[in-house]
Structure formats: structure tokens, C-alpha cells
Design a protein around this ligand. Structure first.
Ligand SMILES: [Zn+2]
Length: 99
């Protein structure tokens, strides 16, 4: 088994071990380029959701807040408790949006 003949994104020679029967490693093997692109784009979307102000988290937060308001309104949660719980994520938006 030799080293990969591929070129890295930095323009250097890839140092990964080539797949047996191929001159390229997993990352540079032409047969795997499509699969790699697919998984890379999937990973990108996943990263986007986790990184940014993820719509999912905001939606969850909103639904949690509306549950909270409902609980305060029907008396299951004390207004004081509800107010603190609702306000805390707003005080430090970065802590939940950017986490
Ligand atoms: Zn390679």
C-alpha cells in the first residue's frame, strides 16, 4: 500500500494511505467523490442547524414559552417562576442562539 496521489485542499500531496488497488485514499478516490459530496453537504446542513440561530431551537423555545405562559395562566406555575424562566433566555440571547 502506497500513499495517496491526491492533492489536498492546501495544494500539497495527500499523505493518507491509499486504498488497496487504488492510487487514492478514501478522501480522494474518484469513486467516492459523489458520496463524499453528499455527506459533506449533509454535514454542512447539520452543522448549520447546530451552529447558528437554529430555527429548530427557536421553535422549541417558543413552544416551551407558550407552555409556560399557559401554565402561568391556568395557575399551574407561579407567575414569578414563569417570569424568571421566560426572561432568562432573553437576557443572554447568545447563550441559547449561538450554543
Ligand atoms: Zn488522499
Amino acid at each position: 500500500m502506497g500513499n495517496c496521489s491526491g492533492i489536498t485542499e492546501a495544494g500539497g500531496r495527500c499523505r493518507a494511505i491509499a486504498i488497496s488497488g487504488s492510487d487514492y485514499c478514501h478522501a480522494h478516490h474518484p469513486d467516492r467523490a459523489d458520496a463524499r459530496r453528499r455527506s459533506a453537504s449533509k454535514g454542512g446542513k447539520r452543522g448549520g442547524r447546530g451552529r447558528g440561530g437554529s430555527a429548530v431551537e427557536v421553535t422549541e423555545l417558543k413552544s416551551q414559552l407558550s407552555d409556560l405562559y399557559a401554565a402561568v395562566l391556568d395557575g399551574t406555575t407561579e407567575p414569578k417562576v414563569g417570569a424568571v424562566a421566560a426572561r432568562s433566555p432573553m437576557c443572554e440571547p447568545g447563550s441559547w442562539i449561538l450554543s
